[in-house]
Design a protein around this ligand. Structure first.
Ligand code: SF4
Length: 411
């Protein structure tokens, strides 16, 4: 039987990156030939110079997706060799009640909706308990509940931490933090500190959409502004709380606006340094309300993944988000710069109501198969990317019990 490497560790900021990656990358790129019109970019990447927005435009417009992907794959390979990371997580969406109605969202409901729900703390715990023997992370995001203040979330997180002390709580996108701070009359920092003290371990990156207020005013009016999104993540980083960042593309934004979004994130990372992972995902058109969306094609999804890897030279990880991309495109994305595959998930509403058909019953061995199919090595990680263990499937891994639904009710 194949023998796995010994488990290894990293600090939170290098997050598993090979400290010699610059040298490895220069060697990898010099061993390859690239078209003349990409040579400037290859030289910049191999000498550690940051790409400009104009470089990003060249990569978006270049005729050979394969060449763009080869540069991005080298940038990934230098940092992580053939390793691709994943974790064993579950999503629990605490409520679909929301005071906003973003144009791309198929998830939110008002109190009048027949299928509106809000989990009580007991329901929340019960949802986690179905998967607790198997998972090491719960991912909790939802709508902006009109009545819940910070006490509701403090109660939810502290109860979850008490019952499941080993499960990492990654919860609340920036817009939820912003809403809680307003509704509770607290500053963003005070809000985050209270939530951290209750058990919140990290923030996911949702709510970034496109960081351009002219676009935000059209697709998600009322959400936090670009400056507020960055400020909320800065506040989290300042208290040592790691966060992810995202980009929802393929609505009405231009390529320049996407590239500017990436530039804003890497500037923020230069200042505050706490982004662990970038998650780019395309708008899913079904069942939602944005007929004017331009929609990303398959090659555009792969190209955006590759360009994200190359532009974001200071954010360690790049995630292929299965719930949105699907398993087939995610597998390809691992050859276009992505080094992380999210995740077992088990239950998910937001993307599935928007049209995702990605299976929710994948176990670890099935994730490992996707990674192996891409020619990479599956590595289990913890939520903070500080502990790693090569995964070798020995049997069909555990699938948690199904069919024990909890009662959903409006509070
Ligand atoms: S995207 Fe989030 S904030 Fe916007 S309507 Fe949906 S649940 Fe509410």
């Amino acid at each position: 039987m194949q023998k796995a490497r010994q488990p290894w560790t990293s600090d939170q900021y290098s997050a598993g990156i090979n400290p010699e990656w610059h040298t490895v990358l220069a060697n990898l790129l010099s061993a390859n030939e690239f078209p003349l019109e990409l040579q400037d970019i290859v030289d910049k990447v191999s000498t550690g110079q940051r790409l400009t927005i104009e470089d990003g435009l060249i990569l978006y417009n270049h005729s050979s997706l394969t060449d763009v992907g080869r540069i991005a794959n080298a940038a990934r390979q230098a940092r992580f060799s053939n390793d691709v990371f994943f974790n064993h997580n579950v999503h629990v969406n605490q409520t679909n009640l929301c005071i906003l109605s973003c144009k791309f969202c198929a998830f939110s409901r008002t109190k009048k909706s027949a299928d509106a729900y809000a989990l009580s703390i007991d329901d929340y715990l019960q949802q986690i308990s179905l998967y607790a023997p198997f998972v090491d992370e719960v991912h909790t995001v939802g709508g902006l509940h009109p009545d819940w203040g910070i006490e509701q979330y403090e109660g939810m997180f502290s109860a979850a931490k008490k019952m499941f002390p080993d499960i990492h709580i990654k919860a609340l996108s920036a817009v939820e933090v912003n809403h809680l701070s307003v509704i509770s009359g607290l500053s963003v920092s005070e809000t985050l500190i209270r939530l951290r003290n209750a058990g919140l371990d990290s923030l996911p990156g949702g709510g970034a959409e496109i960081l351009d207020d002219s676009i935000r005013d059209i697709i998600c009016k009322g959400k936090e502004t670009t400056a507020e999104y960055l400020e909320i993540h800065r506040c989290a980083h300042e208290i040592g709380m790691p966060t992810n960042c995202t980009m929802l593309y393929g609505t009405i934004e231009t390529i320049e606006q996407r590239l500017n979004h990436l530039d804003l994130l890497r500037r923020q990372q230069d200042e505050s340094g706490g982004f662990q992972c970038f998650v780019p995902y395309p708008f899913l058109p079904d069942s939602s309300r944005l007929p004017e969306a331009q929609l990303a094609t398959g090659t555009e999804i792969l190209r955006t993944m590759a360009i994200s890897r190359l532009m974001l030279d200071n954010i360690p990880h790049l995630k292929a988000y299965r719930m949105n991309l699907g398993d087939e495109i995610s597998e390809l994305a691992l050859q276009f710069g992505a080094d992380d595959l999210d995740g077992t998930v088990h239950q998910e509403s937001i993307m599935h109501l928007a049209g995702s058909t990605t299976p929710l019953d994948s176990d670890m061995s099935q994730l490992a198969k996707i990674i192996n199919n891409a020619g990479k090595i599956p590595v289990l990680r913890n939520s903070k990317y500080t502990i790693f263990r090569e995964y070798i499937a020995t049997h069909s891994a555990n699938i948690p019990p199904k069919g024990k639904g909890v009662s959903l009710r409006v509070i």
